[in-house]
Every structure is written in C-alpha cells, then in structure tokens.
Design a protein around this ligand. Structure first.
Ligand code: ZN
Length: 198
C-alpha cells in the first residue's frame, strides 16, 4: 500500500511506503492538492526482489528515510511523525506513528508479505510488537504494508485479540512457530526474482 499524509495548510506531505507503480498517481495527487513532498518514509523494502523500486522512488525527488533518524522524529508542515525502530519482518524495519495511527509496514505480517512470508528476526518481531504496538491504546489504528484478506487497517485491540500469531501466544510458542516457518516459500525458490512485481 502507498500512503500519502499531507498538511494542506502548510502545503507539505510525506509518502509512506510508496510503491514504484503508484508514483505517477501520487505525484498527480500532490500537484492537485498543492503539496510539496518533504520525505519518502519506508517501513521496509524488498528491493533485492523488486529491482525497479528504488529507482522509481528516486524520481520523486525527496529524501528517503529507511533507517532510524537521530531524534526519532520527522517533521513536515506543522506535523510530526515519530519514527520507531521495530525490527522483525526485516532487520531494520521501521514503523511510523502519527496522531492515533501507526503505519507498521510488515511488522504484524508474520506470514502475509508476498516477498518474505516469514520473520527475518522472530525475537525482534515479538519484542517490537509487544513494546511498540500492544502497549498502545486499544483504539489505535494500524495501517499495514501488506493486506490480509483485502484489509490493511485494523486496531490494536483487534490485533491483540485475533492476530493469528500473537493472540493468546507466549513468546516461546511464537518463536517456535516462527522458526519452523523460517524458510523461503516455493515462489521465491523457483521464480526469477525480477518477475516479482508490486
Ligand atoms: Zn514485506
């Protein structure tokens, strides 16, 4: 999913996980709303498989944030986005908190990312979810990079109660399950990486 946050008064915006295929639409949206792009924020990337993504995003002409920043905050217009280091899905995964919502990328996607349906750092994923997500108010909205049954938005309460990997799980049972599934899926073993496109 590509997410656009804008401060229309100040005329500034950030993009979160923009897909290369969406760049022209996103650019048109920003022109239409008189928004200048300040930052491209990436929760994580699979550029090794999606070979044209980084060059497509470079055409947006804004600095790309895909690692933790010094004070943990990004500013645009009168808004601020908190940058959270939430390793798990990948080693350097980030999440972005803005008002009552968190854009958590693949953090909750223990088996739903088409490019890596297993956590690269299971311990990190468990700790990141417990520390940064399940500690938030129940009504906090979570926006995922990967849809599950065509849904990308949920709440902390919903995930805490129903997540297929985290709900009613202990750290030990989660880690055992994650380790058991930590191998490349057939699609990645047999397909040419370049054929995988967003
Ligand atoms: Zn992913």
């Amino acid at each position: 999913m590509s997410y656009l946050l804008g401060d229309k008064v100040a005329g500034e915006a950030v993009l979160i996980d923009p897909r290369g295929a969406d760049v022209s639409v996103l650019r048109a949206l920003m022109v239409e709303n008189r928004l200048r792009l300040r930052w491209v924020l990436r929760t994580h990337e699979h550029d090794a498989m999606l070979l044209r993504e980084s060059s497509a995003l470079a055409t947006l002409g804004a600095p790309v944030i895909e690692r933790q920043v010094p004070r943990g905050v990004i500013l645009f217009g009168g808004e601020q986005v908190q940058v959270l280091a939430t390793p798990g899905h990948t080693a350097s995964c980030l999440s972005f908190a803005w008002h009552d919502r968190v854009f958590c990328g693949g953090l909750m996607a223990a088996d739903t990312c088409p490019y890596q349906p297993w956590p690269l750092q299971p311990e990190g994923m468990w700790d990141s979810v417990q520390r940064h997500i399940f500690s938030l108010p129940d009504e906090t909205l979570l926006f995922s990079a990967h849809s599950r049954r065509a849904r990308v938005v949920s709440t902390v309460q919903e995930q805490r109660m129903n997540h297929p990997w985290f709900a009613q799980a202990s750290r030990e049972t989660f880690l055992a399950r994650a380790r058991a599934s930590a191998s490349p899926p057939r699609a990645l073993q047999h397909d040419e990486p370049v054929r995988l496109q967003h």
